[in-house]
Write a protein that binds this ligand. Structure first.
Ligand code: SAM
Length: 305
């Protein structure tokens, strides 16, 4: 199933220029990355139905990878997939791919041809959190990477997580967390820039007040993640769970490229990665953890309290 969608995606990419795709923040996930992202979910197969959200779905590769895993592992309940996508050029292919999945795997789906952010039900005071929209069991995503002006509708609607001109990727992730059911999980591939800095503080505050981080994957090479594309920012894969019960450690993984053939694992203590000041430190081995803890201890001695 996935191979057919990958083939269709390759064909689509060869028909649209890179400049145009950049305008839409459009970088497609390759099959190995989509499969890896789907593998991160702790799936609960016991319920009668599972609702999946893929916002900024492109050709549908991410939800396809998750459906593939559910079916391969024997899930027999109903699977409902909601996709949001605004690019009229990719929508016919998304429709074709989703109807293929539905025919072959008995999945129901709905493609919303609307802006994922501005179509959500905001409270009268523009607060993101005043009204609860639809909720999902699993949220998977590779959102558009695009800076937008602070006057843009999306930025105005989500002021509570914005500082200046935001990037659409973290607005999508914040909205994804908002749309996630309690105790359930979100896996996103995003630039790593949100992990530190004042510019992302409101986003980190929202994220870490609602979720805990359970997994982070880093790529050693920044230009190999998106096949046939160039994303200048380094991307990471992050999984969060909507709960305030933090795990003891975070599963940190690293690979040279997005074929994941040389994946390395490290269990980093939760408090080492997610600091009290809500900066997220991407440590990938014991040595880095020790150096980081030593720096934190020294700076606490210098500035107690
Ligand atoms: C980075 S691409 C990822 C596509 C696909 N999820 C994948 O992983 O291959 C982001 C997608 O989001 C779509 N998009 C951009 N802005 C959007 C919006 N406001 N609402 C819904 N989709 C949007 C783009 O057209 C693009 O297809």
């Amino acid at each position: 199933m996935l191979s057919r969608i990958v083939e269709n995606t390759g064909h689509f990419m060869s028909t649209v220029s890179k400049a145009e795709r950049k305008r839409y923040g459009q970088f497609f996930t390759n099959a190995a990355t989509a499969t890896f992202m789907a593998s991160l979910f702790d799936l609960d197969m016991s319920g009668p139905s599972i609702d999946i959200l893929d916002a900024g779905a492109g050709t549908g590769i991410l939800c396809a990878a998750l459906v593939q895993r559910l079916v391969d592992e024997g899930y027999t309940g109903r699977i409902n997939v909601i996709c949001y996508e605004t690019d009229g050029r990719v929508l016919p292919l998304l429709e074709e791919n989703m109807s293929f999945i539905a025919r072959h795997r008995g999945v129901s789906y709905d493609i919303r041809r609307e802006n994922y952010i501005t179509s959500q039900p905001f409270a009268a005071n523009q607060s993101l959190f005043g009204v609860q929209g639809e909720t999902y069991d699993y949220v998977i995503g590779n959102p558009p990477y695009k800076k937008i002006p602070k006057e843009a509708e999306e930025a105005k609607a989500m002021q509570s997580v914005c500082h200046g001109s935001p990037n659409l990727y973290f607005l999508f992730m914040a909205m994804g967390v908002c749309n996630l059911r309690q105790g359930q999980e979100l896996v996103y591939i995003i630039p790593r820039s949100w992990t530190s800095g004042a510019y992302f503080k409101k986003f980190r505050d929202y994220l870490l007040s609602n979720c805990v981080i359970t997994d982070i994957h880093l790529f050693d090479s920044r230009d190999k993640v998106f096949d046939k594309d160039t994303v200048l920012q380094e991307t990471i894969i992050v999984k969060v769970k909507k709960t305030m019960a933090a795990p003891e450690s975070i599963n940190m993984t690293t690979s040279s490229t997005s074929d994941f053939s040389d994946i390395r694992h490290y269990n980093a203590p939760y408090g080492t990665v997610v600091a009290k000041n809500r900066i997220v430190y991407l440590v990938t081995n014991d040595q880095e953890s020790k150096v980081l803890n030593a720096i934190k201890t020294t700076s606490m001695r210098r500035c107690p309290g």
